[in-house]
Design a protein around this ligand. Sequence first.
Ligand code: UDP
Length: 506
Amino acid sequence: MAAAELHFLVVPLIAQGHIIPMVEVARLLAARGARATVVTTPVNAARNRAVVEAAQRDGLAVELAEVAFPGPEFGVPEGLENMDQLVDVHRDMYLSLQRAIWAMAAPLETYLQALPRRRRPDCLVADYCNPWTAPVCDRLRIARVVMHCPSAYFLLATHNLSKHGVYGVAGEMEPFEVPDFPVRAVVDTATFRRFFQWPGLEKEERDAVEAERIADGFVINTFRDIEGAFVDGYAAALGRNAWAVGPTCAAAGTDADTKASRGNLADADAGRILSWLDARPPASVLYISFGSISHLAAKQVIELARGIEASGRPFVWAIKEAKATTAAAAAVREWIDSEGYEERVKDRGLLVRGWAPQVSILSHPATGGFLTHCGWNAALEAITHGVPALTWPNFSDQFSSEQLLVDVLRVGVRSGVTVPSAFLPAEAEGVQVTSAGVEAAVAELMDGGVDGAARRVRARELAGKARAAVEEGGSSHADMTEMIRHVAEVARKKRQEREAQPKYLA
Ligand code: UDP
């Protein structure tokens, strides 16, 4: 079976940090001649349609399919279909949302059963966070590879910590050296937690571990020049094939339209931001974003705003708080207005109220630094565009991305955040970095001296390697070839099983 005969069904978790790289994987597969259909819920399909249509305009066989979201059956309001909607009164719905996600197995199976023979997929690329796809693939005899959206560093570290029984034994803030790890890494279990390590999600975690154990291999959004040892370590630890096919953002469409519409949510006119950047000297601007989900406490946003102002550097700030409906966001808005902040910084600061065209900003030559929450996509986007990072992790895998950027790759500077905000004492009011701390960290990152220059050189080198990895002859290109070859082999066997047993998806 050649790539051209294969049809992949890509099933991301309903969160932008997963949908974006998985749509990019669909693009990568289609660029190799396969067909790829991204399956998601109606709200997420609407939000991500523009980027799929851009792939189609580029002549790629990428499609979008919708399955109903069973949220209301679990008390999740109609229309709440993405992790970034878990704010305000919906904050406590995380467990219900997860239960509803698990219940997507039924509509997915119905969708698959109803497909005409020529549209049936050969393989599911299933998000690690969607292990409920495993029994469906098993019943219908469809190959399944797991896609991991965090770094291999995070996967191997949390795997080794679990294997050595550190969770539940070590105190949450107790420093612990990760066992059997390619580099020396000292962590604690407050900042290095597994994805489903959450009270009430014990069954979901067991499902995820089991679905991963029996998968036909893993796709990881990374590349071997930065994470080869961690990818190999993880593959060996689980005894499975692991293919490092990223950074997926390096293979994304290059036209400005595609970049602006990633996530289909752009709240700002990309053209206006880009012409604002055009008027700035090379590598002079700091871009600030905390991704799609993380929110800082109001007091912390204000300290950040003051510190950036005091730094005297030009900046573009994707400030979710300027748009969100939370009480903290309202307090931030009130402060911005009462201080006349925007007016005060207008000659060198651009506030983007909500979703920004991040890749367009990072790829602009005027952007010289990225204050980031260290979501793994943000980290890869910084690496791919050669922009040094000012690291400000919040939760999930973000502290591990900080370690990789700062300690291993040496293209980052720490802001000074040490714990997830839930671990701060109440009297801190969510503040971990004062305005003076912000000012000092920005000065260090954007510094024109020896250290800053060396960091920029390393960042540029990594950017070159990231691009080379996804091009023909590169390691990610080769891993993708190997993944397609392996899937073709597994899919052929599954097809034979289906033909022998009409009860399967024949
Ligand atoms: N993103 C964007 N504009 C924004 C915020 C985020 O385009 O204003 C994109 C960003 O480029 C990345 C994704 O959304 O591809 C967020 O994923 P990440 O892993 O960085 O963080 P998460 O949102 O999952 O915490």
